[in-house]
Design a protein around this ligand. Structure first.
Ligand code: PEP
Ligand code: MN
Length: 359
């Protein structure tokens, strides 16, 4: 994907994050138009609505299908907003292109399926389609699968391509509906610096109150935009009711977002970065000193035929460090992870000494 092109729409300020908003699903013409009017009045330029809905369980609302495309046309004609919808099959792509939907996205269940992705890519290529396409991350945390899905679309001639980070499913109950696993989109950014990455806080959070903090985090991490579900009466939504915001609340959330300018690199920042480089070097020196001492302890244990791990000592080390670290204002979970990793490496090194037959 050497020639990724930016996704810009005429009349949409490309120096600002790309904001896409609209209901999870198109339900009725009235619901689509009333939501679209309110969003447009608040300055939203790109409208989303699911016409075909992939549902995990049968019996859920599976979308209104092709008739809903007529409502999207009305949204465009009446409000001037650009429109976008999810496609998962050849027929969806053909019908969405025929209805002149301005941008397509591919859902998380579809992007996990290379056969479906190839079918979509082939259809786009056959129709010489020239629409931007956003690809959601697959439900499972597999960066290669996500990249593969995008490559298929890119190879079909679609160079206005972007990624949507919508979180990854995990077993059991969690704060998030889908775990953000931020390191995955960050790695994607490092591998494809020109690829726009849009955050979907609605499907990550699954709850209204999480939309603002997740959106802010995405902005702080330099994401290029947000896709947020918004419905004129969210409690009555036919899908994803708990995560949709009214256009009014969405407007409030967007107005309170702090968008940082990632292009600015001030002198102060350069100085702070120098400091970080220095501190990291010191950290490495301290760590290697600790490992040296730990190896000496290993030698002692070997000579005195002592076991490598002594539970009481281990608990003591972790407890006292956690207490100290907490007083210094550090997060307990983070500290525990670091301390356990250091201890694990010490144990590994001591076992190496124990197994070394040399005197
Ligand atoms: C959606 O955007 O409404 C949707 C179904 O999302 P996902 O594919 O991320 O679950
Ligand atoms: Mn949804």
């Amino acid at each position: 994907m050497k020639d990724i092109q930016p996704i810009v729409f005429e009349g949409v300020d490309s120096s600002q994050p790309l904001i896409i908003a609209g209901p999870c699903s198109a339900e009725t013409e009235e619901q689509v138009l009333c939501t679209a009017r309110e969003l447009a009045a608040n300055g939203i330029k790109i409208f989303r609505a699911g016409i075909w809905k992939p549902r995990t369980k049968p019996g859920g609302f599976e979308g209104v299908g092709a008739p809903g495309l007529e409502w999207l046309k009305k949204v465009k004609a009446e409000t001037g907003m650009y429109t976008s919808t999810e496609v998962a099959t050849r027929q969806h792509v053909e019908q969405a292109l025929a209805a002149e939907v301005d941008m397509l996205w591919i859902g998380a269940r579809t992007s996990a399926n290379p056969f479906a992705m190839q079918e979509i890519a082939d259809t786009l290529a056959e129709h010489h389609a020239d629409v931007p396409v956003l690809v959601k991350n697959p439900v499972n945390p597999d960066l290669e699968l996500w990249i593969g899905a995008m490559q298929r679309i890119y190879n079909a001639g679609i160079h206005r391509i972007g990624a949507i980070h919508r979180g990854f499913s995990a077993y059991g109950k969690h704060l998030y509906r889908n775990m953000p696993q931020w390191h995955i989109p960050i790695e994607l950014r490092l591998r494809y610096p020109n690829l726009p990455i849009i955050c979907d806080p609605s499907h990550i959070g699954g709850k209204r109150e999480l939309i603002a903090p997740i959106s802010q985090q995405a902005m702080d991490m330099g994401f290029n935009g947000l896709i947020i579900e918004s419905h004129c009466s969210p409690d009555e939504a036919w899908s994803d009711a708990s995560q949709q915001l009214t256009p009014e609340i969405l407007n409030f959330v967007l107005n309170t977002l702090v968008v940082r300018d990632s292009r600015q690199s001030t002198e102060n920042l350069a100085l702070l970065r120098q400091q970080i480089d220095q501190i990291d070097n010191e950290l490495l020196e301290v760590l290697s000193k600790r490992m040296r001492v730990s190896r000496e302890i290993g030698q002692y244990k070997k000579e005195h035929r002592m076991p490598v791990v002594q539970a009481a000592r281990y608990n003591d080390v972790i407890r006292t460090r956690l207490e100290n670290g907490k007083e210094m204002g550090m997060g307990i979970d983070f500290l525990r992870t670091v301390l356990m990793a250091i201890h694990e490496e010490s144990v590994r090194q001591q076992i190496e000494i124990l197994n070394d037959r040399r005197p």
